[in-house]
Design a protein around this ligand. Structure first.
Ligand SMILES: Nc1ncnc2c1ncn2[C@@H]1O[C@H](COP(=O)(O)OP(=O)(O)OP(=O)(O)O)[C@@H](O)[C@H]1O
Ligand SMILES: [Mg+2]
Length: 730
């Protein structure tokens, strides 16, 4: 849910004047066109002022004075001028359309470029909907203000100028009187326009909130459906919709007040002027022609003025939009390399983390004095519990974030932000969540190296063992993968991500749980592949599956942001510390190659606290009673509050444990290979204390209470002890 409080405090609002200045500044590159447009507009205005002026001569001289020559001259002159002005108007329209479109194109490009260059931190802080509303709502508001500027603001403003001058030429007394129009027409807008501006800014912000909410809801549809959250989602949207309804209603009303307050005053003034003019003409102090000219000019003037006031709300909306756009553009970007891109170490020999500490937020340290050295050609692995900071190490290595303390050195030199791009070119990551763009499989792989040939792309696919599957797709390599790769399975996406890394032919291959979405057979195959392509390359991998780190050069064991152990597999096992405990946990299982059948050894069951009191014979009876359960990603295994009769061991995979909290479901733990849950269900019929959902495809071994109790019946004296253990743990 978008959190409106998370936004920056509201800035002071941009006024219409500032917005106009901003538009002028943006027009700078199109100065020539702008001047031509202005000339065209002047011609048009001069003409439209000439028509009412001509009435004076037409009526007084040609008609009343019965002078045929004057009549012909005036009519022919007007006719020729009308044709010329229309032609000029056509050209002006064309130029204007191009110029405003170009201005918006520039702005759009600037915004997009800016978004690319924001730091990962700022990008993560930005909500998708907000960003989208910049591109739709804000640019739209600027566009509509620009396109209606000519008929609603510029022409009327020029008309105002011309007709005011001409009024004085016609009759200074009435012209003075007509000056009253300014205070009358501008008083209302002065009061209402600032209110409308604030309402407009608020509405824009809320449009961003709404888009964020809709976007989040769309991407969360599997969760919404699985948990039956439709009503909850509708209620949340309803609240948001109500807020936006209120500000839209306020904005529309205030906008019309701006127009109406001006309109009423103008109307009254028109009546007054007609009265005074009529009286003067009646008294013979004003010719009839002058009266008609004056009235027509004054009508033009008042219409022009009311156009301008009607345009003001639109300009205010654009001002709100410009302000939001400028706020985004003012965020500092990561690109700091002014001038020459400095030469990065072409082939680095050593990357060194020196006492690196880092927190995503100031309150928490997610990495705590992490030091390690990665030499070219080495294979190292980071292991450790979920949330211990493994992916964070990679994020810092890739320069997504800067260390709060400590340094990262490449060949002894600190990694400068300006060298990041060059440094990153030597790295190919396969991330924990592989991202695919909605383009063809071929293009997705080619993203690893944009210059790769088709043959190289296909070769990479072959080495990532995805080629056959791709050829089976309806259009083979040309098949589009859907949004975020939605038309492919998790395993296929992961393999395409691996192919993308391979096509880069990197010096350093970074693998973050690169095989986690695959079944055991596929994992073994990919690991073989990775071992082959990794030969002669530096490999840094993150995994929670210890079987794949047995032969790496160095294993770093992480716990709560720190490296707690390091060394080779055998050394670490011998040390009997954190690594050995992890290893122990993941052992004692067998899994068939295609992952559809698993088993557990009786000895392994002893590591489960509740079962640890059982004797060897009971454990041996119990072990075969475990049943293999396969579960795809994003499924609920148990639900908080439901009755449970089953205990689960995770053979492979990853689940999250969720509890209902004050702010909805909160993730309280992540469990992976070797972990277990649902112990209490073995003893009693109690509601589940938490929800467990798979994050990745999982293989479980489950045991139903009945089987357990049957075994327990043979050793009734144990039951009390188990109850005791359960109480302690519960
Ligand atoms: N973008 C983020 N903003 C705030 N906190 C984050 C962010 N990413 C990760 N964290 C926190 O940082 C800690 C370390 O996360 P990290 O992703 O490095 O763990 P990990 O070891 O890779 O875990 P896993 O095995 O689940 O991938 C966690 O406590 C996590 O909640
Ligand atoms: Mg991770």
């Amino acid at each position: 849910m978008p959190d409106p409080d998370a936004r920056n405090p509201e800035p002071s609002l941009m006024g219409p004047g500032a917005c106009v200045r901003w538009i002028f500044r943006s027009l700078a590159p199109y100065r020539g066109a702008a001047c031509l447009i202005l000339l065209g507009l002047l011609a048009e205005t001069a003409f439209s002022a000439a028509v009412p002026m001509s009435f004076r001569y037409l009526i007084d001289r040609a008609l009343v004075g019965r002078d045929g020559r004057v009549l012909v001259v005036i009519l022919v002159g007007l006719g020729v001028a009308a044709v010329l002005v229309s032609l000029a108007g056509l050209g002006r329209d064309y130029l204007y359309a191009r110029t405003t479109a170009a201005l918006l194109r520039d702005l759009r490009a600037r915004l997009f470029t800016h978004l690319q260059e924001l730091s990962v931190r700022d990008q993560a802080g930005a909500r998708t909907g907000d960003v989208l509303s910049h591109f739709s709502g804000d640019l739209g508001a600027v566009e509509s203000a620009l396109t209606s500027a000519v008929p609603w603001a510029i022409l009327p403003a020029l008309d105002l100028l011309f007709s005011s001058v001409l009024l004085f030429v016609l009759d200074w007394r009435m012209a003075l009187l007509s000056l009253l129009i300014w205070p009358v027409a501008l008083l209302g807008p002065r009061v209402f326009a600032p209110l409308a501006a604030r309402a407009s800014y608020e509405k824009r912000q809320q449009e961003g909130d709404t888009l964020s909410l809709v976007q989040e809801n769309l991407s969360a549809q599997p969760v919404v459906k699985a948990f039956g959250l439709e009503d909850w989602a509708r209620a949340a949207f309803g609240t948001q919709n109500k807020t936006i309804f209120q500000s839209a209603a306020r904005l529309n009303f205030l906008s019309s007040m701006v127009e109406r307050s001006a309109g009423i005053g103008i109307l009254l003034l028109q009546v007054l002027i007609l009265g005074v003019g009529g009286y003067l003409a009646y008294e013979g102090q004003l010719s009839v022609g002058s009266l008609v000219s004056f009235q027509t000019l004054f009508l033009t003037l008042s219409y022009s003025l009311s156009y301008v006031t009607q345009y003001t709300p639109q300009l205010m909306q654009a001002a709100g939009a410009v302000q939001r756009l400028e706020a985004l553009l003012a965020q500092p970007t990561q690109r700091r390399d002014a001038g020459e891109p400095p030469a990065a170490p072409d082939r680095w020999r050593e990357i060194r983390f020196e006492e690196v500490s880092f927190g995503y937020t100031p309150e928490r340290r997610n990495l705590d004095r992490v030091s390690f050295t990665l030499r070219a050609g080495e294979r190292v692995a980071f292991v450790g519990a979920s949330g211990s900071g493994k992916s964070t190490v990679l994020a810092l290595l890739l320069g997504f974030y800067e260390a709060d303390e400590g340094r990262i050195r490449v060949d002894g030199r600190p990694l400068e932000p300006s060298q990041l791009a060059a440094f990153r070119r030597q790295i190919a990551p396969v991330m924990q969540e592989s991202f695919l763009f909605n383009v063809s499989v071929r293009e997705n792989i080619r993203l690893g190296r944009l210059t790769a040939t088709d043959a190289e792309v296909e070769e990479a696919a072959r080495r990532a063992e995805i080629e056959a599957a791709v050829r089976d797709l309806p259009e083979g390599f040309e098949t589009r993968v859907g949004e975020r790769g939605g038309r492919l399975s998790g395993g296929q996406r992961q393999r395409i991500a691996i192919a993308r890394a391979l096509v880069r032919n990197p010096a350093l291959l970074v693998l973050d749980e690169a095989t986690s979405a695959l079944d055991a057979a596929a994992e073994a195959a990919i690991n073989d592949t990775l071992a082959r392509v990794g030969a002669g390359r530096t490999v840094l991998m993150v995994t929670h599956r210890l079987a794949s780190v047995v032969d790496v050069d160095c294993v770093y064991v992480m716990d709560q942001g720190r490296i707690v152990e390091q060394g080779r597999h055998a050394e670490l096992l011998a040390r009997d510390g954190a690594y050995a405990a992890l290893w122990e946990k993941q052992h004692g299982f067998t899994l068939s190659a295609n992952s559809d059948y698993a088993a557990v050894t009786p000895e392994r069951l002893r590591d489960v606290p509740l079962l640890s009191a059982l004797d060897a014979e009971s454990l041996a009876t119990l072990a075969p009673r475990f049943v293999t359960e396969l579960c795809p990603a994003d499924r609920e295994v148990v639900r908080e509050g439901d009755a449970g009769d089953r205990f689960y061991l995770i053979v492979r995979g990853r689940v999250e444990v969720l509890k209902e909290g004050v702010t909805g479901e909160e993730r309280v733990a992540v469990l992976t290979d070797g972990d277990h849950f649902g112990e209490l269900a073995l003893l009693r019929d109690e509601p589940r204390s938490a929800t467990v959902r798979t994050v990745q495809p999982c293989v479980f071994l489950s045991l139903v209470r009945e089987s357990f109790l049957q075994v327990l019946d043979r050793a009734p004296e144990l039951r009390d002890r188990l109850e005791e253990i359960a109480r302690q743990r519960g």
